[in-house]
Structures are given as structure tokens and as C-alpha cells.
Ligand binder design. Sequence first.
Ligand SMILES: NC(=O)c1ccc[n+]([C@@H]2O[C@H](COP(=O)([O-])OP(=O)(O)OC[C@H]3O[C@@H](n4cnc5c(N)ncnc54)[C@H](O)[C@@H]3O)[C@@H](O)[C@H]2O)c1
Length: 333
Amino acid sequence: MKVLVTGGCGYVGSNIVAALGDNGYTIGILDNLATAPVEIVEDLRAKVDAKLTFFETDVTHIEALKPAVKAFSPHVVIHCAGLKSIADSWQNPLAYFDVNVSGTINLLKAMDYAGCTRLIFSSSATVYGDPEFLPITEDHPLAPINPYGRSKLMAEMIMHDWQRKAEGRGVAVLRYFNPVGAHHDHLLGDNPKTPANNLFPIICQVLAGQREGLSILGDDYPTPDGTGERDYIHITDLSEAHIRAIAKTAEPAFLALNIGTGKPTSVRQVIAEFERHSNAQINARIEPRRPGDVATTFASNQLSVEKLGDYVHNTTEDAVASSLRAAGLKQHS
Ligand SMILES: NC(=O)c1ccc[n+]([C@@H]2O[C@H](COP(=O)([O-])OP(=O)(O)OC[C@H]3O[C@@H](n4cnc5c(N)ncnc54)[C@H](O)[C@@H]3O)[C@@H](O)[C@H]2O)c1
């Protein structure tokens, strides 16, 4: 079976490509290398035991996208290509709507052109906005509070209407909480070409001496240790959820599922785990809370586990250990 992964050179996409390879799929990658290093394609070819075709194509360029998707003729598309920084989306909102929304419309047109009816989408918990209750279930109100979240929700809505429009179309929208860690063997970690925004890559950069320290944005939240709590899902478990969702897209339905562990972990707990594994002290200073951040957010993964089977096998500790290995950092034995 042929699966096309847009954004397959990025952090999430490359890990999904590795999982597809492990499961015997024929793989196409479509990526414009905007935020991924060019070497990743050869790296993936060397690491992934599968037939792999690469299209250096931009999802905003419909004239190039249509023939590329048609040439590969996938049975299923996994759409990971996109821009993902909340802060950047305030600075460049139109770029986010261009890539995440117009890019999605183009992809659906290209899939129609190629006769492909099955789609899995990399969505995000940001579509929910501020939590009105915890854990967040899929029927939580959809009220994103930044342009990035709005672009992901618009893309979801467009896919839903596309799915409803014709018989036989199947869409699985996977709303990731916080993907972390790296593939255990292939060590495909979160090493962005653009400045890191997420906690795990920032800590790795501190430990590698590329940053002086880490800012903890608020230690006066109403949480057990005062720092913010998030739901960190290991990238290998998240990739497995995609592999299982492939079968779901054979059903003519629109399925929206949270992908998370169902458990909150605090910033201080993550830092402590990195310190324990690296045997190094992490220079962290307390700064004021960042406007828009919430104290705690975590998923209900009940529905996704019911639909996909239990895909959560790794702990935060596993994610810390694999992140250190992928970043080439020393681990305490
Ligand atoms: N990593 C997270 O924390 C997280 C959380 C929730 C959702 N997501 C979603 O998952 C997806 C992948 O995220 P990631 O962490 O792998 O990001 P990433 O930046 O590592 O990967 C994105 C990939 O998309 C490619 N890309 C960007 N613009 C493109 C375009 N116009 N045409 C073709 N390719 C393009 C980039 O080159 C890159 O390889 C994104 O859609 C993101 O919104 C990520």
C-alpha cells in the first residue's frame, strides 16, 4: 500500500515515515524543505528499510503539487506539512493561513486529481483554545486563541466538508498534544532548523551548550510545583497512532481524535528528568508567565484508545532518554 507523507522531512513526518517503513508500506515524501535540512532525505533513505520516493514540492504551489500527487498515486495521504509556531503565527498570520489552509485546499484538489480518498491530518490541541474542563475531550468547544490554532481548525473544517461531499472518503484528524522524544533506533529527534520553541529541544540545546539557559515562564501556577503542566506524548507512540489510523480512513467517516497520554507533567518534572539522565545541572531561571499560557492542559485519550487500541507505551523518562541520544548528548548510566 502506498502512503504519501507531506512534511515527511520534519520532526513528526520523519518519525511517521520510519514507522511506515517498519510496517512495510511504500512511502512517498512531499516536502519543500522549508524547515527541514536537505540531508534528511538521504538520512531517511539510509535508515528506513522501504521504497521511498521524494518530491521536493511546496503545498502552496498547486501546479507542481497536482502532478506530484498523481505521479505517486497514494492510497492514503498523511498531511503533516505546515507551519507550527504560535509566536511566529502572530508575526506572520498570512503565511500560516497560506501554508496551513490554502496548502490544505490545494492538497485536497491534488488528491481529487489523483483519485485518492483517504487522509490523515496532523492537527493540534491548539484547536481547543483555553481549556474549559480537563481532561480535554474531543467534544470540548473549538475556540483557538491564536492564528496558528485558527489555521489548523480551518483546515479541519475544510477537510470535513470535503469528506462529506462524496461517497467513500475517509478522514482521520489527529489532534496532537505535545509530541516529544525520538525514534529509538533511527534517532529522529526534534532538531529544528528554525529557533526551537518547545521545551524538550530547548533543554537539549542548553545541555549542548548552544544556549545559556532555560526560562521557566511562571512558577506560581496552581499546580503541585507551580510550573505549567502539559501532556507529553512520545513520538514513537504518536507515529503508531498514525499507522493504526490508516485502517480507519477506509471507513467513509470524519474522525477527530486526541493523541496524548492523558496525564499532565510539569516543566519542573521534565527538567528534573533531564538532569537525572544527563547528570548535569540545567541552568533555569524563573520569568513571568507568558500571556495566553494556561496552568494545565492534558488530553482525554479515551476515544483514541477505543478507536485505535492502546498506543501509549512510552513514558516521559523514555522521551527524555531518546531525546538525549538523538541530540548526541551524554547520558548518565
Ligand atoms: N511538533 C509539535 O509540537 C506539533 C504539535 C501539534 C501539531 N503539530 C503539527 O504536526 C505537523 C508537523 O509538525 P513538525 O513538528 O514535524 O514540524 P516541522 O517543522 O518539523 O515539519 C514540518 C515539515 O513541513 C514542511 N513544510 C513546511 N511548509 C511546507 C510547504 N509549504 N510545502 C511543503 N512542505 C512544507 C517542512 O519543510 C517540514 O519538513 C504540523 O502540521 C504541525 O502543525 C506539531
